[in-house]
Design a protein around this ligand. Structure first.
Ligand SMILES: [Zn+2]
Length: 204
């Protein structure tokens, strides 16, 4: 479930739809959390769905640290990539705003944290845009993401948290707010399965 103060917007003909904030949202706010309406597909289920659904699944789902595919039921699935994302995830089932998000600003994550099967050309326009988004960038960027997340989680107890009901262990979040150094690494979401996916593609 994505933060309630967001809405689906048309970004541009090149990018398509995206998600924007409808009010200012401060750093440390949970921006997305896995909820029971989200659908989780194991690798076998993905294969059973067949090639016809693959383009939709590849576009709108992500792969978690266990190799399962997660398809968000709400407009969270339209969240675009940015090389300077507003949200990151510290190896748990939610994402945190790593900086203050202004009203109207696009809500973004970093797709190289989502275990991509194929490289993507980036249109984000950020000053340090990587131009091509690749799965292996996860490992390179994780230390930077962890630093941003530790800085952000320190604010988690002092900001409004409308998604807290969907956080499995909310007390853990508040402990990390007091002790950011204990926050798990984003590397917990890393799933190095590119070879396996390449095999599936060859079999189709
Ligand atoms: Zn970029």
């Amino acid at each position: 479930m994505i933060h309630p103060s967001t809405r689906l917007c048309w970004i541009s003909d090149e990018v398509g739809y995206g998600v924007r904030a409808t009010r200012r949202i401060p750093k440390g706010t949970i921006m997305w959390a896995l909820d029971p309406l989200d659908r989780i597909f194991g690798p076998q289920e993905v294969q059973r769905l067949g090639a016809g659904l693959w383009p939709a699944l590849e576009t709108y789902s992500y792969v978690d640290g266990t190799g399962n595919r997660v398809l968000c039921w709400d407009h969270g699935r339209f969240m675009n990539h940015s090389c300077r994302p507003t949200d990151l995830s510290p190896g748990v089932e939610y994402e945190i705003a790593v900086r203050d998000i202004e009203e109207g600003e696009e809500i973004t994550c970093d797709y190289s944290s989502l275990n991509l099967e194929s490289d993507l050309h980036c249109l984000c326009g950020a000053p340090h845009c990587r131009k091509v988004i690749q799965s292996h960038q996860f490992v390179q960027l994780a230390p930077l993401w962890d630093e941003l997340l530790r800085d952000a989680v320190a604010h988690a107890a002092e900001v409004e948290q409308p998604l807290l009901p969907w956080v499995e262990q909310p007390e853990q979040l508040f402990r990390w707010a007091a002790h950011p150094e204990e926050l798990p690494s984003s590397m917990r979401h890393y799933y190095p399965f590119r070879d396996e996916v390449a095999m599936h593609a060859a079999a189709r």
